[in-house]
Ligand binder design. Structure first.
Ligand code: AMP
Ligand code: ZN
Length: 110
């Protein structure tokens, strides 16, 4: 999608620090990390938000959760993490579905 920063990252038109990649998913470092480990897990195809998902996206969503599992497995020391998705204009700055993978020391209380 034109003018979508995350689509541009998928297309390598905008640089990012890539953590992991599959056919359908990209994981990259958040440009403005809120905690020690702050990655973004996104589908490569443009989906606006959770509300836009359909039954056809079930396998994709399963892959995203398993990617979070894999990232946690690879963490040194701790497997504690949060997976957060902001949905809707009041809380979502980038209108391309994404999941914040938040981990590391001193993860603040929710
Ligand atoms: P939100 O849509 O509120 O869940 O937040 C969007 C997130 O995307 C923020 O944490 C930003 O720091 C992050 N972000 C925005 N632009 C980039 C970029 N070019 N590369 C990496 N992360 C980004
Ligand atoms: Zn997009």
């Amino acid at each position: 999608m034109q003018n979508c920063i995350f689509c541009k990252i998928v297309a390598h038109e905008v640089p990012s620090l890539i953590v992991a990649e599959t056919d359908q998913i990209l994981v990259f470092k958040d440009i403005s990390p809120k905690v020690a480990i702050h990655d973004l897990i996104i589908p490569k195809k443009h989906i606006q938000d959770i509300q836009s998902l359909t039954a056809q996206d079930s396998a994709l969503m399963g892959e995203i959760i398993l990617m979070a599992q894999q990232l946690a497995r690879d963490l040194p020391g701790s497997q504690s993490f949060r997976l957060v998705s902001n949905n809707g204009p009041a809380v979502q700055l980038v209108s391309h579905l994404h999941f914040h993978f938040l981990a590391g020391k001193n993860l603040p209380d929710f």
